[in-house]
Design a protein around this ligand. Sequence first.
Ligand SMILES: Nc1ncnc2c1ncn2[C@@H]1O[C@H](COP(=O)(O)OP(=O)(O)OP(=O)(O)O)[C@@H](O)[C@H]1O
Ligand SMILES: [Mg+2]
Length: 491
Amino acid sequence: MSTSKEIRILLLEDSISDALLIEMALADVVEFEHRLVRSERLSDGLARTQSMRFDVVLLDLGLPDAQGLDTVRTFIRLSPDVPVLVLTGLDDASIGLLAIQEGAQDYLLKKDIHASELGRAIRYAIERHCIAAALRASEERFQLAVTGATAGLWDWNLQTGAMYLSSCFKEIMGYEDSELPNEARVLRDAIHPDDADRVFTSLKAHLEHKGAYDVEYRVRTKSPDFRWVQSRGQALWDDSDQPYRMVGWIIDITDRKRASEALRESREELQRLSANIQHVREEEKNRIARELHDDLGQQLVTLKVEAAKIEDHLMSAETTAPVATLRKVYSLIDQVIGSVRRIAAGLRPTMLDDLGLTPAVDWLIDEFSASHDVQVVRRIDVDNIDFNHEAGTAVFRIVQEALTNVARHSGATSVTLEIVCEETNCIVRVVDNGSGCPSDARPNANAFGLLGMRERAARLGGAIRIQTAPNQGFALTVTLPLAAVETREGE
Ligand SMILES: Nc1ncnc2c1ncn2[C@@H]1O[C@H](COP(=O)(O)OP(=O)(O)OP(=O)(O)O)[C@@H](O)[C@H]1O
Ligand SMILES: [Mg+2]
């Protein structure tokens, strides 16, 4: 404390001689300057504290309007900001000690009053009062902060196991303040079994100076649902490095957890959906690619054949028969246009749907035979199979592509086509007597026909097998399980 500051002292003393003794002792105090105001009655003294600021009161316990400990109680209640130093005329320290319990900072026996003792007692009384006031203010600030943050306080005495749990703490757990005892086991038993290991490991590490204590876990509430809390704490260690106390807080983070959980789930759902959409889009793209390929493939081969025929006619046209030649050319162009129109109108799938598989395949073969000089031997025996839409389309397209390949690649004079039922499978076999190709030949990067066949077969749980060698013809066998080929009940 600065010695230069003047200390304002209120002396509440009705005895003139005692007052004189104190004034004389004060005059000898060298540690600080002072200004003394004296009142003989408690009521007067209290009135003065309203109009003037005092640093300390020297309080006699026997005043005309107040006696004993009541004097202390009344003064502190009505003027709590002024530290009290009790003066007792009794040769007995016990009343002084009781006065301290009532809130006085210290006491002095009047008979022993000396300047040095009085000066030190005044100084300490003021200091202790300041410290207590600062502590109270800081506790209030802390409480305010804690309440504002809706945090629950815990203060754990590691030696006795007692744990103070603030009312807000108990509220988070769904209890009234009086419903839970202040014991560490209350919190320990409430931790979710799946989180307990994590919490205790973090706690142990903190007590061993190995990290901060900051964990999120679930606590069982009164209801008895679980709620998520975040808990932080700080231990205190004694001189021999033993933790003796730990203080911390919890806050309820259930809503935050639920929100982030919901966010995570919706993100996952979104990812699933977009992956699914992507998958569906890929599937659709592949389907369209297959349809276009299979449909246009044969038509383009046909167009090429027809174009060659037109060229032949033009080249061989005799000037003597121009009208006949032109008629032939026009008729061929009409056929080509008709073919293109049929493709554009999506005629084939419609026909397949309308007529069923066997007539549609028969039609395919007729078309093939009309344009190519290849003999077709057919064995189609599947009337007892009730093809579902996907399987019917697959068989139709596979036959279509196989015949297109025969026309494009084999130079065959004959081809055998079988669609039959063998054991539990539907078998499609297309065998030609053409040039074949090396069995390990890698199709070029743009080749799509056999790939499309494999995909269609695989989608139905089936497979394709190719047997070929140069000049040994080309044999394609497609095996489709009947279980996937036939229409199921309810479809
Ligand atoms: N009947 C066949 N005779 C001889 N070789 C064949 C026969 N069928 C297919 N091939 C060979 O297999 C290859 C791959 O056939 P695929 O149907 O996959 O492709 P592509 O017919 O060349 O082209 P795309 O069908 O995509 O128009 C062909 O290029 C050809 O070399
Ligand atoms: Mg092909």
